[in-house]
Design a protein around this ligand. Sequence first.
Ligand code: ATP
Ligand code: MG
Length: 341
Amino acid sequence: MTTPIAGAAGVPLIEAQDLTVRFGKVTALDGLELTAQAGKVLAVLGPNGAGKTTFVRCIATLVRPDAGRLLVRGQDVVREASSVRRDIGLAGQFAAVEPTMTGRENLEMTARLFGHGRTAARLAAASVIDQLGLGDVADRRTGGYSGGQRRRLDLGASLVGSPRLLLLDEPTTGLDPVGRSEVWAAVRDLAATGTDILLTTHYLEEADELADHVVVIDHGQVIAAGPLGELKASIGQDVIDIAVSDAATLPAVADILTRVTATPARRQPAGQHVTALAPGGPAQLAAVIGRLQQAAIAVEEIGLRRPSLDEVFLVLTSASDGAGDPTPPATAGQLVTGRTS
Ligand SMILES: Nc1ncnc2c1ncn2[C@@H]1O[C@H](COP(=O)(O)OP(=O)(O)OP(=O)(O)O)[C@@H](O)[C@H]1O
Ligand SMILES: [Mg+2]
């Protein structure tokens, strides 16, 4: 059982100040500022190349910052790297397991690498197998594991050291829905036992499912951060969502929606839905209904709702690209704490 992080009073889980990492001419992290408190599942979102993996690798002490400061539970990742390493577990984007060995053998080997003796390694492996519900497959060679089973084993390998902070870089990329839900269940169980979790993901649905707090990174900077609900509210706009019964009417509906809201209408992949941000709220909804009636287009459902994380993400990242304005929104970099910078 992992000890919950109470953290010394007032000591944040992660504190990044002006964190800068360069790879040759590429600036992967560009003065990133973030304060995150313990006790929450934190999802780091951002487009390809935003700097998410680099940030995770800095926390894991695998990448040394070129400038700025990064503290993990109050410990400096450069000066106190070995104590930071004792606190964390990392599961990378590609599951690293030895295919000719069984799951149990893989976990025991990892535990030995953590410095456990033979008996302690056996116990640590058994405990992780139990924790992640891998009992059915633990004694089979991992070469025959499904993608989801392999990911769970990889997650297990990052747990044998009983980390206080678990770092998951794209834990479900490439998994089918079953594999994904298996990993989600494991992450939820871990969070429930008090392990702090920081995960990166491209699946906004995943952040919605698992995370209490979200950080959006773009161009190596935090462009927004906060509890999910607040982030959704922060863009200050609702969405008009229309479901049509006849798919042939979708283009006409999308056209009306775009004209009234002056924002691009998007056809949703699931079902016969078309949506658009509605800066004008209920008045625009009324206008859309009027236009649909005029055009004699029947719809199955129409309404105003809060934006999904997906929609919030698009608004935030397109604002950060378009304006080129380095000033982050008011919530950027501040999670829970009273930091004022
Ligand atoms: N070892 C490296 N050498 C050179 N450039 C690197 C290295 N690691 C990262 N970069 C560059 O730094 C930038 C940030 O990369 P990073 O992997 O952190 O992005 P990411 O947000 O994780 O992207 P993705 O969503 O594609 O995984 C990119 O431009 C990338 O090409
Ligand atoms: Mg990455």
